[in-house]
Design a protein around this ligand. Sequence first.
Ligand SMILES: [Zn+2]
Length: 294
Amino acid sequence: MTIQKNENEIIEFLTKRGLYTRIPIEYTFESDSIHFPKIDIFCQKCNKRSTFVLDEEQCFIDKMKVLFRAKRSGMRVFKPNHSGLVGLERELPQINPLNNNSILAIKMKCARNYDHLIFFIFLVIDGYLIKIGQHPSIEDIQSPIDSKTVKIITEKNYSELRRARGLFAHGIGIGSFVYLRRIIEDLITETTKIAIVENTISKEDIEGKRWYEQIKLLKGYLPDIMVDNPIVYSVLSKGIHELTENECLQYFPTIRELIELIFAEKVAMEEKEHRIKEISHKMSAINSKIKVSK
Ligand SMILES: [Zn+2]
């Protein structure tokens, strides 16, 4: 049994979409075993990314309801397994286990250790599968914020990034965009100050400029990936003012990944700068000893 033909869509739904988001059901019943694709998520117990596969024996589709109907119609109740439908389906072929208002619960296990589990609960309403429960949360199955990023990011931005991820995990899209936009604003403002001190740009260059243009002006100061994607600020603003909760939730993972890549590049830039300074210092030390002619 397949819930959704598009595997990528269901993988994204499981791994990146918060609670109360939905996907349309494209139900097909090619066999009595339920099918969910493997997912690649951060396993807190392995403390690294791992593949999780469906534990078919532990799936539940309104088992009570289906068994009750079977009993009432005088049929033999089969030992319930993954879906409670074995045998039943043969005798009641019209039963669609994903009736309106039915509940589907699944358990997936880490390929490295079957005791590492993730649970999802869905509700079926009007042809949609709505995610109503998940443990560990969306936030917990994302790779944690990189430790190098934690070192360079300000305390304020770190807490904003965590808050944005947490809101997203609870199905709050617009609110999570507010925090991401503040991070981008701070990054631009702080970088502008440095560029002004170094006389690369003047206050007048920046004044009255849109954020999009400011990002482009800071080429060489801001990470390249940010300069290459100057619309990031505009997308976040549009999310806050015009987009729906669902649209923000849909776009959040991409923007979050972009912001985390911006910080990763900033870390690399700072490391490179540090190494350049260090090597220049060592070269001067060598020169002061051996005094080469230029
Ligand atoms: Zn694991």
